[in-house]
Design a protein around this ligand. Structure first.
Ligand code: AP5
Length: 192
């Protein structure tokens, strides 16, 4: 199995690059943001609780997202590998993921950290908000709250994987194709 984490602040291109990478490398895409939005669309109790938190730009409790990822791993063990997008987002989530993967006799191979300026992040998300229907995309205050939450809780995830030398920094300010090409070169190096 080959397992990747795509890591970076809101709007850094995790979802965009994930779509291209899963197609090229035949990986299973696991996005906690997408899983939570499915719960919201289905109006489940979990979805209703999550929506209130997401609309404030805050993080959903660790146990909720860890439970969702655990189930998704269990249901997809035939996959060639996993691409984690938007997970893990805290040190507790990182430790839980490592344990879950160990139980499956696999591990994270590489963490790509996408680095994009805050000005560009806000511009991208506001632009997407014109059509995405995501309530957390439409208001600059909420977008800024998401970025603050990232610096407060999520940037620690890079430090966690740094201790195992698994983090590769990627300049994420270029075009979608430029960044995709850099990611592919890095993955091909890891695979060879
Ligand atoms: P989530 O859905 O994970 O959103 P996010 O991390 O805030 O990231 P985005 O989807 O906004 O951005 P992205 O990096 O994927 O960029 P994208 O490719 O879309 O999380 C939403 C919420 O759910 C969280 O706030 C939290 O409440 C909750 N949540 C989720 N996971 C959680 C967890 N593990 N724990 C706790 N809570 C959790 O690109 C953005 C835009 O830019 C697009 O329009 C795209 O077309 C454009 N774009 C992309 N790349 C480029 C480029 N190179 N040049 C120009 N434009 C570009």
């Amino acid at each position: 199995m080959f397992n990747i984490i795509l890591f970076g602040p809101p709007g850094s291109g995790k979802g965009t690059q994930s779509q291209k990478l899963i197609e090229k490398y035949q990986l299973k895409h696991l996005s906690t943001g997408d899983l939570l939005r499915s719960e919201i669309a289905a109006k489940t109790p979990l979805g209703l609780e999550a929506k209130a938190i997401m609309d404030k730009g805050e993080l959903v409790p660790d146990e909720v997202v860890i439970g969702m990822i655990s189930t998704a791993l269990e249901n997809n063990m035939e996959a060639r590998g996993f691409l984690f997008d938007g997970f893990p987002r805290t040190t507790a989530q990182s430790e839980a993921l490592d344990k879950l993967l160990q139980l499956k006799h696999t591990e994270i191979n590489v963490v790509f950290s996408l680095d994009v300026s805050e000005e560009e992040l806000i511009k991208r998300i506001l632009h997407r908000g014109l059509t995405s229907g995501r309530s957390d995309d439409m208001n600059e205050q909420i977008i800024k709250a998401r970025i603050i939450e990232y610096h407060k809780k999520t940037s620690a995830v890079a430090a966690y994987y740094q201790q195992f030398n698994k983090v590769v920094q990627i300049k994420g300010g270029g075009t979608v194709e430029e960044i995709f090409s850099i990611l592919c070169k890095e993955i091909d190096n890891h695979l060879s």
